[in-house]
Design a protein around this ligand. Structure first.
Ligand code: NI
Length: 405
């Protein structure tokens, strides 16, 4: 790791190393008792107990069932309110690491590092509550159910942004393959939106030898599947990533090969990288499905299941995030224009409502996210902790505020 600028004094505080060591023990405790979706009694209790112990001005529990929020006011007077967000939930997988701190619960595992995210944000909360060296308010947000439960959406629906006056939101996720101590982010769309669908095609059954007496849903579905592939190949900009995958086809009966079924189903998923494209693609999808069914005198019923939105970083806030990361890691270790991923993230619901930025923090040469051999890299904790402190300094002690802008 090379640094092209010395760390700010407050980021080299020797107390931070001790704090990172303490956070490692919290991380390993959380790791041993993973919990799923909204059902996080142990994890939420640990977070709540710590936030109270640190002396947060307010600690609020039970948002989105098990979400926990801590409020820390700065000693330099009034100013902006920003939120730092972590997820807390694990995955329904069996851990295969054989580590001393491996999961003690069958078929539950912290395979996405949310244990590490929680520990890093707790460490930051402890330091911020002890020092309060900023103007304005820091709200630390610990949310449930990132893994498929849209906990971030429920937190937003339950009014977490308004209730605490949150003006900006910042998120962080560990990235396997990215060196420890490095960061990556980008302005604009950083992670994809993912929607799913099931289409029921209702025709009219008939004897296979007298197809003219029916309306064949199988033939309609075949044209529909083919036509849907024209969305990415002919409808959207080739430079704007779109994936349309049909992953499910069900119809007919293998004991009745001489019968044209009355109905059948197909299903799949669509991934997009731009909110406008996502809307346009959904409309195009609906038109193709409806019209290709009609072409064969069948009728299509669409069960559209919206997934997480595109994760979109605000340009200004991304600059602040990059500046914070550079203060921690040196500019050589910060990629401010990283590639996009087709995965999705429910921090996107907060970013839809407030400007902010999501960054990747290096997890080193670990197994991939959602892999049974994965473990969060504790060596990243000190860097994540420093990053949160630098974000607060950038946004709540910045030069624009000093100038009264
Ligand atoms: Ni995750």
């Amino acid at each position: 790791m090379t640094f092209d600028a010395p760390l700010d004094a407050f980021l080299t505080d020797p107390a931070l190393s001790a704090l990172a060591d303490e956070a490692r023990t919290w991380r390993r405790t959380i790791h041993q008792y993973p919990e799923l979706l909204f059902d996080l009694p142990k994890t939420a209790a640990l977070v709540t107990e710590k936030l109270k112990e640190f002396g947060c001005d307010e600690v609020v529990t039970g948002i989105a069932t098990s979400g926990v929020v801590g409020v820390i006011r700065g000693k330099r007077g009034p100013g902006r309110t920003i939120a730092l967000r972590s997820d807390m939930d694990a995955l329904p997988m069996s851990e295969q690491t054989n580590l001393p701190h491996a999961s003690k619960i069958d078929n539950m595992m912290h395979a996405c590092g949310h244990d590490g995210h929680t520990a890093m944000l707790l460490a930051a909360a402890k330091q911020l509550a002890a020092r309060r060296d900023f103007a304005g308010t820091v709200v630390v947000v610990f949310q449930p159910a990132e893994e498929g439960g849209a906990g971030g959406k429920v937190m937003v629906e339950e009014g977490v942004l308004e209730r605490f006056g949150i003006e900006e939101v910042y998120g962080m996720h560990n990235g396997p393959g990215l060196p420890v101590g490095s960061f990556a982010t980008r302005s604009g769309a950083i992670m994809a939106g993912g929607d799913r669908f099931i289409i029921t095609i209702n025709g009219k059954g008939a004897h296979a030898a007298k197809p003219n007496e029916g309306h064949d849903p199988v033939l309609a579905s075949a044209h529909m599947i083919t036509a849907l592939q024209s969305i990415a190949s002919r409808f959207t900009d080739p430079l704007d990533s779109v994936v349309v995958s049909i992953t499910y086809v069900k119809g007919g009966d293998d004991r009745a090969l001489n019968v044209i079924p009355a109905s059948m189903q197909i299903g799949g998923t669509i991934r997009t990288m731009q909110p406008d494209t996502r809307k346009a693609v959904e409309q195009r999808f609906r038109d193709i499905v409806t019209m290709s069914a009609r072409l064969f005198e069948a009728e299509a019923v669409i069960d559209w299941r919206p997934g997480y939105p595109v994760t979109v970083n605000d340009p200004d806030k991304t600059q602040a995030a990059i500046a914070a990361a550079q203060r921690v890691a040196g500019s050589a270790n910060v990629d401010g224009a990283c590639g996009q991923t087709m995965g999705s993230e429910d921090f996107s619901y907060m970013l839809e409502k407030r400007p902010g930025a999501m960054v990747w923090i290096g997890n080193g040469d670990s197994a991939a996210l959602h892999n049974p051999a994965y473990d969060f890299n504790d060596d990243a904790i000190i860097h994540g902790l420093r990053y949160w402190l630098a974000v607060v300094d950038e946004r709540l002690n910045d030069k624009a505020m000093a100038a009264g802008a």
